[in-house]
Ligand binder design. Sequence first.
Ligand SMILES: Cc1ncc(COP(=O)(O)O)c(C=O)c1O
Length: 401
Amino acid sequence: MDIGTVRGDFPTIRKGKGIYLDSACQSLRPDQVIQAVVEYYEEYPACGGRSVHSMADRVSDGMDRTREALASFFGTDDPDCFVFNKNCTEGLNTAARGLPLKRGDVVVTTDTEHNSNHVPWLVAERERGIKRRMCRSKKDGTFDLESFKSCIGRDVKVVSVQHTNNVTGCTVPVKEVVEIAHDAGAIVVVDGAQAAPHIPVNLKDLDVDVYCFSGHKMLGPTGTGVMYGKKEVLESMSPLMVGGGTVGLVSADSYNNAPVPDRFEAGLHNYAGVLGLRAALEYLGRIGMDEVRRWDSLLMERMFKGLEDLGNVHVVGPSDPKEHSGVLSFNIDGLSSHDIGMMLDSMAGIMIRSGMHCSHPFYVSRGIDGSARASTYLYNSVDEIDVFCDTVVRISETFGD
Ligand SMILES: Cc1ncc(COP(=O)(O)O)c(C=O)c1O
C-alpha cells in the first residue's frame, strides 16, 4: 500500500481538516465512495426492486452488485444472505428480536459487549423471557475461553459476541467460539462492527450464523449496515419491520413473507448508501485486508512506543500493541477523558473519542469512568501518530497529575 496515494484519495485529508483518529466511530470516505453517491443522485435517483423503468433498473442492478461484492469480500457464495439495513445496531436488534427463542432459552454474551449487543438481549430477557449468561473477560479485557466454556450447556440456544472490541481493540477467537457453540447445539451471532473494517473476515471459514456490521466504519456512506445470515437461519427469523417490499401475497386479512433477504428490507432503501458501500468494498479489496491489518498494527506499535515512558498515562486493555487492532484507549491521571479529547483538538487539531464508548458494563465493572480513545485506519500516516504522541506527552506533562 502506498500511503501517499491512499491519503490523496480522502478529501478531508487533502484539505488539511485535521488529524482524524476517530475511525472506530466512523471512517473517512475516499473520492470513489463519494463519487458513487453523487453519481446516484445526479444520474439515476430512483428506487430499486420495484419500478421497471431504466433508472430503476440501474438501481436494482446496483443493489444486486453490492450484494455480490459483499459475498465475495466476506468469502461466501450466496449474495442473498446479505441484508441491507442502517447500521450494525439494527442487525443485532433484528437477531435479538427475530430469532426463534422461547421462554427459558439461554443466550450467552460477554461482559465486554458494546451496548448494541448488550441492550437488545436485556430487552429479550424482559420481553421474551430468555435467560442471559455472561462470560467474564480477563482483567485486561481479553476474551477468556475458559469462562466462555463454563457458560456453555445444552440449554444455550444463542451465543452473541463481538468479533473485535471497540475499547481495547482485542479480537475474540470467533472460530473456536463457533465450534464450541455448535457442538452444544447453539447458533452464533457476531457483532462485527470493529472487525469487518480492520481484519480479513471469511464468513464461510468462521462458520458464524449471523454477522452484523456497519458500512460507515469501513469507508462506506453514513447509515449503511449489513446483516449476514446463513439462509436457513434468516428463514427462521422474524423481521424487525414489515411493510412494502417484505411480503409476498397480501389480502385484507393476511400476508406471507417475501423470500430472504427482501423480508428484512422494509420500505425504500438508502440506495445511495448501498451503491457507495460497493465502492468502499472495492477500495478495501484493492488494498487487501491483510495490508489494512498490517498498517493498523504498524501504527499501533508506533503509538505504544510514543507513550510508553509516561508514568501518568494508562492504557486500557492489554500491553501488547499487536492485540489492539487500530484502537488505543487510555487515561491520564488527573484529567477526564473529555478534557483529553478537547485538549488534543484545540492544541493540534487531533480528533479522538472520549467517554464510555457505549460500553458501560466494561467500564463500570472495572471502576473506570471512561477513557480517551484514539483509533486509526488505513489513511493515517506515521507522522500523524507522532504528532498525536507528542501532544499527549505535552498534555500529560503540563496538565496531568
Ligand atoms: C463493537 C461495536 N458494536 C456495535 C456498534 C454499533 O455500530 P453502529 O452505531 O454503526 O450501529 C459499534 C459502534 O461503535 C461498535 O464499536
